[in-house]
Design a binder for this molecule. Structure first.
Ligand SMILES: [Zn+2]
Length: 331
């Protein structure tokens, strides 16, 4: 089995995966080991053909090590994919498509395509349950009305309105993991089922004074809060929401500095990426690369993979400054 601890830098990745055959071999090894399973029907012990592909003796389909993965039908050498995966997994603030374009010598459209496919792997994370002390907070992503082009402004809003922004809800276990997601709105009725799903009953929850959190104590949680509107940010040393606010501020900074703008449709992918980085912050670069490699080698639900046509559309949109919007400064 391949030893991932050897990948301490991008140089070691380039040196190890120096030809397409080794890349494919490693993918087969990590994906199936000795037991090649048909991605079409699940039949075990499929046979290798002379051309390096596999054949299922049950459904008679031919397939390769990339069938059903994010690499399916790629015309790019796998080495470039692996280098990109290493760069994406090792940079704390993430990498832009421009950076991938330069480092992997691909065009920007391809770089953008790689980034989104790799980013979609993060969403496949098994969500962890939060317990003990859990902070929660909501935040809004989106440009200020005053900075928008006339045609993009929304009537009846005055810059500070949250009407046109994307609400995000985040929960963090103190000293542990974060779970965050794009939500339709920040009403109690929307947020409470999410809390029940991710936070173990009996946990101590910390929030601000907003009404939406008033039902926490009825739902089996201890509930402590600070009164932000009264300029109270910490009470009795440990009642605060500084952890989740720190994550939110970091997320906005990354969006602003690395990606500049984010399409509303893909906000969840960026949230997944930053949550993953946060939750694996104590791992080494090689551990994170190993985890990403194993995720990438898994069979993928086809609907999760962006089709090339939709990406071309988005790139065309972006050039017209349409549909993209600026991430606002931290409010
Ligand atoms: Zn089969």
């Amino acid at each position: 089995m391949i030893d991932f601890t050897q990948f301490k830098s991008v140089i070691s990745v380039i040196n190890h995966f120096n030809n397409e055959e080794i890349c494919k071999q490693t993918l087969v090894e990590v994906r199936w080991g000795d037991d090649v399973v048909c991605p079409h029907c699940g039949q075990h012990h499929c046979v290798r053909r002379a051309d390096g592909r596999f054949r299922c003796n049950k459904c008679k389909h031919n397939f390769s090590c990339t069938t059903g993965t994010i690499f399916q039908n790629t015309k790019l050498p796998l080495q470039k994919w692996f280098i990109a995966m290493y760069l994406i997994s090792s940079h704390k603030k993430g990498v832009s498509s421009l950076q991938i374009m330069r480092d992997c010598e691909v065009c920007q459209k391809t770089a953008w395509f790689i980034l989104h496919k790799v980013r979609s792997l993060y969403g496949q994370n098994d969500a962890t349950n939060l317990k003990g002390e859990v902070e929660m907070d909501e935040m809004y992503l989106g440009g200020r009305e005053i900075n928008k082009h006339e045609s993009k402004k929304t009537e009846g809003t005055q810059g500070r309105s949250t009407k046109t922004k994307t609400p995000i809800f985040g929960m963090i276990q103190r000293g542990g993991n974060v779970v965050a997601m794009k939500v339709d709105d920040t009403k109690g009725a929307t947020l409470m089922p999410i809390v029940s799903q991710f936070v173990e009953s009996g946990a101590t929850t910390y929030t601000d004074e907003a009404n939406i959190y008033h039902k926490l104590s009825e739902n089996g949680y201890e509930h402590l809060f600070v009164n932000h509107s009264q300029r109270e940010y910490v009470r009795a040393n440990d009642i605060h929401t500084n952890g989740i606010e720190g994550f939110g501020a970091h997320f906005k900074r990354v969006i602003f500095s690395t990606y500049h703008s984010v399409s509303k449709d893909y906000v969840q992918r960026y949230i997944d990426e930053q949550s993953y980085r946060w939750n694996t912050r104590k791992w080494s670069a090689s551990e994170r690369f190993e985890d990403m490699f194993k995720k990438a080698a898994k069979s993928f639900a086809y609907t999760d993979v962006l089709s090339l046509s939709s990406i071309v559309d988005v790139v065309a949109w972006k050039t017209k400054h349409d549909s993209y919007y600026w991430a606002g400064k931290v409010a």
